[in-house]
Design a binder for this molecule. Structure first.
Ligand code: ZN
Length: 339
């Protein structure tokens, strides 16, 4: 008899626990919609009120249906407060198309007692659209140039990154394999700041004297070292010394980037002279060659960047420059500017 009571007691407790857990689950008033194919992710609350829930469903439906024609990525999240007589709901909407981001905050308010919508989908804030690579939108019809830095990184690279960050401009760094070890933090920062990282081969040898497989190995080694730090493969390459011939072109599995403005910073080691070279005859679409390993080069940027900005130039990465100038990229083809 005692044993039976014990079993009943345990069973009752177990059932109560199940009811408790079930109730807990019901309390989570959250719904989600995921469409991984179209990069849509929507989280929204569920209020168990037909008027409010229908209103919200109607509001979200066009977002779900737009697919990837209108957006590359959609992310919606929410925040709300459930008061005695009403619900205040905020929707955070993040949309991306062609690397341009739009953030929007919308507010809705519902009368729960009378089941009516009080405040109808009011815009609280729409952020200025900006390009995810540049941190601001690139004006396609305004002039732009690309600063490129070879042979780094070393300790001067950090100063260059400070200056680029200060002016909110971008540059492209063609990294040398032998300079990667010990400078991983600099490369990581470079990547996080939205700078472009290109491949400048491993050992800066004269490529005309290297056999095919040695050239390929040089490229692959640098790719792997950069990938290990940034989780990204460099999509552009600049051969050592900018050496190009038919054989080298055929070995390059991506676009080859050279330059049309040479600052001769390796020769001058004088910031004013370097700046003069960079600014003289500068034109829309130019690719400027510098070396981030020199102190004078870093100093020259404090002259070059403010002057270019003042003259209305946008300082973009090489990939951005070629993209916005609508230049088709082909492997093994040489690009010296975007004019
Ligand atoms: Zn070089």
């Amino acid at each position: 008899m005692k044993k039976n009571i014990f079993i009943i007691l345990i069973s009752t407790l177990f059932i109560l626990m199940l009811i408790y857990l079930y109730d807990e689950k019901e309390d989570i008033l959250n719904k989600e919609y995921r469409d991984y194919k179209n990069n849509i992710s929507i989280d929204y609350p569920y209020f168990n009120n037909i008027v409010i829930d229908n209103y919200l469903n109607d509001y979200l439906e066009p977002f779900i249906e737009q697919g990837n024609d209108l957006i590359d990525l959609l992310f919606i999240d929410y925040d709300y407060e459930e008061l005695d007589d009403r619900i205040e709901l905020i929707l955070y909407i993040y949309q991306e198309k062609d690397n341009v981001v739009q953030k929007e905050i919308r507010r809705m308010e519902f009368d729960v007692i009378n089941s009516v919508v009080l405040e109808n989908n009011k815009v609280v804030d729409v952020s200025v659209e900006y390009d995810i690579y540049k941190g601001q939108i690139i004006e396609e019809d305004q002039p732009m140039v690309a600063l490129t830095f070879d042979d780094g990184p070393n300790h001067n690279t950090s100063r260059i990154l400070d200056i680029l960050e200060k002016y909110n401009v971008k540059g492209t760094f063609f990294i040398l394999g032998t300079n990667i070890e010990g400078n991983e933090k600099i490369i990581k920062r470079m990547h996080e700041l939205g700078m472009e990282i290109g491949n400048h081969m491993y050992s800066h040898k004269l490529l005309t004297k290297l056999e095919d497989d040695k050239i390929t190995t040089e490229i692959k080694t640098v790719d792997k070292l950069i990938f290990d730090i940034t989780n990204n493969n460099p999509t552009l390459i600049r051969p050592s010394y900018g050496t190009i011939n038919k054989r080298i072109k055929s070995l390059m599995d991506r676009p080859i980037i050279i330059w049309n403005v040479d600052t001769l910073d390796w020769k001058y080691h004088n910031s004013k002279k370097i700046a003069n070279r960079a600014l003289k005859n500068i034109d829309d679409g130019d690719i400027i060659l510098m070396h981030d390993i020199y102190r004078a080069t870093a100093n020259s940027l404090e002259i070059i960047i403010p002057k270019l900005l003042e003259d209305g130039y946008q300082l973009v990465t090489v990939s951005e420059l070629l993209y916005y100038k609508e230049i088709d990229l082909e492997k093994g083809r040489v690009y010296s500017n975007a004019n």
